[in-house]
Design a protein. Structure first.
Length: 440
């Protein structure tokens, strides 16, 4: 809901909002919807005043109830000064961190630990809610009349929900026939105007950027610097859950690369204010059929080229990511890794995550699949402590679950498949099934 709370006006002036170009360094006012530097066209960072060191006690103290309930706004000292009266919050964040030895073993971390930070526990079932609470709040603060996004599914569901909470109309562009039913149903249910285009995500975003350059439409994709401020809080919350002890590696799926960029900014700011004294390595994992950043990284960040994306992990099915420069900065800052995994590796890793009772959408499982590959290749030590980010809920793509467990691949059942059995309505048959179940 939209929660008006009166606070010190000096802390909430719109003229306190600023953005800085990460290419030319030009600072611009943040009280208008800029998604690229008007001087050089570079990507923008929201400016957060970080003049003084912070202690762990700086968060969650003296907050109004709506902020205390949010795993985003409780980190207000590390966020842009958006006026309280504009903030749209749905108690996002506060997502669990799970540890399971079976996942550690699968990853090859037999002397280490593998945990998963499950962002699928957000209100609409994905990490996008963290970004949308800040992005839509900024839109409301500056008087936007309509908010819009291009999406492979999760962004559209989140924007539709937060726009509805804010009382703002939402326009969503999606690739026709390339979005899961669960995500599309959310978007429709929350009242967004859904436009299906005969093209992929990258074409949808290009169309929308052309539209927003001419019309008064607030763009809510990850080119928006304020949306990424909310996504930073995944790292803040993770490290707070770890008692501000830094893991060796944080692994995450890489699609449009907004999270990779946001994580790098978050870590840089935590280091600046003294909450951590070292950096983890970031590991960005791309699907093999949608891996332009991995190829760019492998070429020493030379000759970047977009690709025609194709992967079962639709949430990261992006061939021309918007945040390449931000992601490069983050990987270089942390001395991190970029790797690719096949769709089969993603689906098998997903089956492992599902089987231990955690569950996730396919793109999420790229984090585990990628860590397994990096351990096997010697990039990550078997004794490392690693946290993978699960970006979406298992029900975001139920069709992928059914296809994996009930389908086959070239006539071969997948290794993690859990097929239902059919028996006669006889007690003997049920007894035999019970015996088989007890034997595993």
């Amino acid at each position: 809901m939209v929660v008006p709370v009166g606070v010190d006006a000096a802390a909430t002036r719109l003229d306190a909002l600023q953005v800085r170009c990460m290419t030319c360094g030009t600072v611009q006012p943040g009280a208008r919807p800029l998604n690229a530097c008007p001087v050089c066209g570079g990507l923008l960072d929201a400016v957060v005043p970080l003049d003084n060191p912070l202690s762990p006690e700086a968060f969650g103290v003296g907050l109004p109830p709506w902020a205390a309930d949010s795993g985003v706004w409780r980190y207000r000292p590390l966020l842009p000064p958006i006026p309280d009266a504009a903030i749209v919050s749905r108690a996002e964040g506060r997502t669990p961190l799970y540890w399971d030895e079976r996942l550690s073993d699968y990853a090859g971390l037999r002397g280490g630990r593998f945990g998963v930070k499950h962002e699928g526990h957000n209100p609409t079932g994905s990490f996008k809610d963290r970004g949308m609470t800040v992005g839509v709040s900024h839109a409301k603060a500056i008087g936007a009349r309509i908010v819009a996004c291009a999406s492979t599914g999760n962004t559209s569901a989140s924007l539709a929900s937060y726009a509805a909470a804010a009382g703002l109309p939402a326009l969503v562009l999606i690739p026709a026939g390339n979005i899961s039913g669960g995500k599309l149903s959310q978007t429709i249910a929350y009242g967004a105007r859904v436009v299906q285009i005969g093209g992929d995500f990258d074409q949808a975003l290009a169309l929308l950027r052309t539209l927003t350059a001419t019309y008064d439409v607030y763009l809510s994709n990850s080119v928006n610097p304020f949306r990424l401020e909310g996504q930073k809080t995944i790292v803040f919350e993770l490290l707070e859950q770890l008692g501000w002890r830094v893991p060796d590696v944080i692994a995450l799926p890489g699609g449009n690369l907004g999270n990779t960029g946001a994580f790098g900014k978050a870590l840089s700011e935590l280091l600046q204010v003294g909450l951590i004294d070292k950096l983890p390595k970031l590991a960005t994992i791309q699907a093999a059929g949608a891996a332009p950043f991995a190829a760019y990284h492998a070429r020493g960040y030379r000759d970047y080229a977009a690709v025609l994306a194709e992967t079962v992990a639709t949430a990261i099915k992006i061939g021309n990511p918007a945040s390449v420069a931000r992601a490069q900065r983050a990987i270089e800052l942390t001395g991190g890794f970029v790797t690719v995994v096949s769709d089969d590796e993603i689906l098998d890793a997903k089956a492992e995550i599902d089987r231990v009772g955690i569950g996730c959408e396919p793109a999420s499982a790229a984090s585990l699949a990628g860590v397994r590959r990096l351990v096997r290749e010697g990039a990550i030590a078997p004794g490392a402590t690693v946290v993978g980010i699960l970006t979406g809920h298992v029900l975001k793509d139920a069709d992928a679950v059914i296809a994996y467990h009930l389908g086959d691949r070239d006539g071969v059942t997948r290794p993690g498949a859990n097929r239902p059995v059919t028996i006669p309505a006889e007690i003997g048959a049920l007894e035999r099934t019970l015996a088989d179940a007890l034997q595993g």
